[in-house]
Design a protein around this ligand. Structure first.
Ligand code: DX5
Length: 225
């Protein structure tokens, strides 16, 4: 499936729905209320090795791309991501993020770019931003996790905010259009903190899909950043 062009940062903080907390029996219905309020959607891929949970494969990326009509950001929480880059590219990912802690992360970034897709690098909470610096000029997105990867619905780790600010300063110095994404525990109280620290892509899962009116929730959230 041909991926639609993945958007570039607009200079304003934007929200990215994470389907990890959507209704898996009705992804189209889950995304319908919010798809016109977002420019991409995230699929959290978990292999049960890199994180203690198993979630989705390439087939769900294709399903989400069709259902939401939005570019897909595939966040690979996978121990050996190089084995799966082709499959997630073929499935229609517009951007693929691998973890700096995973095997062959630099080779993954190179391969993702060679496939003509956008490349992201994610950091677990304990991993310092310095791990990103050697690859920063090749990246289209840096993801600072504000929870331990593996599950939705966890509490936001505010002690990650200095890392967000450090990443923002490095991206500014690079002069390149690189998304600074924060993922984990984003809601009404934490979104302003993440945006103030410099994040311009805020992944939101459980707070969004548990809201009685997700569209109204997202519109209210956008006013807070
Ligand atoms: C964790 C996942 C979650 C998810 C967002 O591995 O990456 O952070 O996308 O989940 P919430 O918004 O429920 O924290």
């Amino acid at each position: 499936m041909k991926a639609p062009a993945f958007p570039l940062p607009s200079g304003r903080a934007e929200f990215v729905p994470s389907v990890l907390s959507a209704d898996f029996a009705c992804l189209k219905g889950s995304l319908a209320p919010v798809r016109r309020l977002c420019r991409s959607v995230q699929v959290d891929v978990m292999d049960g090795h890199f994180v203690p949970n198993i979630s989705f494969g390439p087939g769900i990326v294709s399903a989400v791309a069709r259902a939401g009509g939005l570019p897909v950001d595939a966040h690979l929480m996978v121990a050996e991501p190089l084995r799966f880059i082709d499959a997630f590219a073929r499935a229609g990912s517009g951007l693929i993020t691998v973890h700096a802690e995973a095997a062959g992360a630099a080779a993954c970034v190179k391969k993702i770019k060679a496939l003509g897709l956008r490349a992201g690098l994610a950091l677990r909470p304990k991993t310092p931003f310095s791990r990103v610096k050697p690859l920063l000029r090749s990246l289209d997105l840096v993801l600072v996790m504000t929870v331990e990867p593996g599950f939705g619905g966890q509490a936001f780790m505010a002690d990650m905010l200095p890392k967000v600010s450090e990443a923002r300063a490095a991206i500014a110095r690079s002069g390149r259009k690189i998304w600074l994404q924060v993922d984990g525990g984003i809601g009404a109280d934490t979104a302003p903190l993440a945006a103030a620290a410099g994040a311009d892509s805020l992944v939101v899962g459980s707070a969004l899909f548990s809201a009685p009116d997700p569209a109204a929730f997202l519109k209210a959230l956008r006013k807070k950043v």
